[in-house]
Design a protein around this ligand. Structure first.
Ligand code: SF4
Length: 383
């Protein structure tokens, strides 16, 4: 039995989100909230003021993360498990004294390699200050592998290529950017605060610097009226940027989002799953870049649409065709099973036990059956 006595006093500040593939990263908060904060589909920082944090404050958090990591390692030695920090980190995770401990324990459990700098637009920090923070991070944790962060396209476009190269040389390995769409009317409607030209300028700047780039595309953000242009123009912009990764994330709408008013007023008409899949197909058909497609967000209907372009394009389109070719009752069964978290991929439809489980739920639904409204409401849970 491991005692956690005396652990609760150490802590450091954490922001609310990180990308899905940074779930096991150490989180270091470099700024607070979002410097733009107006996108209609994004509820994360609404009502919160953007703030830069001082280099001293951030360094103090990094030092505190080190103190916590050392305490967990010390605990491992004291309990006779010195060679198994992972095991002790798992025990701390069962009952962490606070969120900072939870984050460090999770990080150590996963091998203590990657770091994600929060919050929404880290490149807004003066280059010299960010370099100082990254260097301190690497001095404090010499075993660090990847250091990544979020940036807005406009901010990345404003940095000189020399500044971005300096950041890469200091240790910044990857930037995640929310492209969402490459179609200007969609970007304007959603109040994204950038144009397709800004996306291209910022994205190309990052690629030229050698920092790995992951662009997020929001499926469904064009709604029923602009889906076609959203798909083709997004592909055009991505082809120009040629990022290392393109990540799909399907739009979902909650009452707390500004876009909800547009839905209520009839100014934005949501796409159904079938329509979004058709949009995804058109987008992939038009991609001519050499990026890796990733669909790892839970909210995506077809998470297995993944692969490297151009060689896996047909394989990805085949997944979409397979869904589209399903008989209507199997498509309804799959959509509900996905939104209930029963299925992970199309192959799960062949699991008779899971299929029956979803059918039983369908049997309990009223006469509306698997309606779009039901599916939309289930999707809200994944934000
Ligand atoms: S820039 Fe990003 S974090 Fe800021 S409001 Fe838009 S989507 Fe949200």
């Amino acid at each position: 039995m491991i005692s956690m006595m005396g652990m609760a006093t150490e802590s450091f500040e954490l922001g609310p989100i990180r990308p899905p593939n940074e779930a096991f990263s150490l989180l270091i908060r470099v700024t607070r909230n979002c410097s733009w904060n107006r996108c209609k589909f994004c509820p994360i920082y609404k009502g919160e003021k953007f703030q830069l944090r001082s280099v001293a404050e951030v360094k103090q958090d990094i030092s505190m993360a080190k103190v916590i990591a050392d305490k967990i390692k010390e605990l491992a030695w004291k309990s006779g498990r010195g060679d198994s920090v992972r095991e002790v980190a798992a025990m701390v995770l069962n009952n962490p004294p606070n969120d900072a401990y939870r984050n460090v324990a999770l990080w150590l459990y996963a091998g203590g390699k990657n770091v994600f700098l929060q919050d929404a637009n880290t490149l807004i920090v003066k280059t010299g200050e960010l370099v100082e923070i990254i260097r301190y991070l690497k001095e404090t944790f010499p075993g660090i592998g990847r250091i990544t962060s979020y940036s807005r396209s406009k901010t990345a476009a404003r940095k000189s290529l020399e500044e971005l190269v300096e950041l890469r040389e200091a240790g910044l390995s990857r930037l995640h950017m929310g492209l969402e769409s490459g179609y200007d009317p969609v970007l304007r409607f959603m109040d994204k605060g950038v144009t397709a030209a800004d996306h291209i300028a910022g994205g190309k700047n990052v690629v030229a610097s050698g920092i790995s780039l992951c662009e997020y595309v929001m499926l469904g953000v064009g709604g029923r009226t602009m889906w076609r242009e959203h798909a083709t123009e997004t592909a055009r912009v991505l082809n120009e940027i040629n990022p290392d990764y393109i990540r799909f994330r399907t739009m979902t709408i909650q009452p707390r989002m500004l876009i909800h008013n547009d839905v209520v007023n009839g100014d934005f008409i949501r796409e159904t799953d079938e329509e979004i899949v058709e949009e995804e197909k058109l987008l992939i058909e038009n991609l001519e870049c050499h990026s890796n497609i990733v669909s790892d967000h839970m909210i995506n209907l077809l998470q297995e649409v993944e692969g490297k372009l151009p060689e896996d394009k047909e394989k990805m389109l085949a997944v979409i065709s397979r869904f589209q070719a399903l008989p209507p009752e199997d498509r309804a069964n799959f959509k509900l099973g996905r939104r209930l978290g029963i299925y992970n991929q199309l192959d799960d439809l062949d699991d008779a036990r899971l299929h029956d489980e979803v059918d039983r739920v369908i049997g309990r639904l009223g006469e509306d059956g698997v309606s779009d409204e039901l599916l939309f409401s289930l999707m809200e849970r994944y934000i």
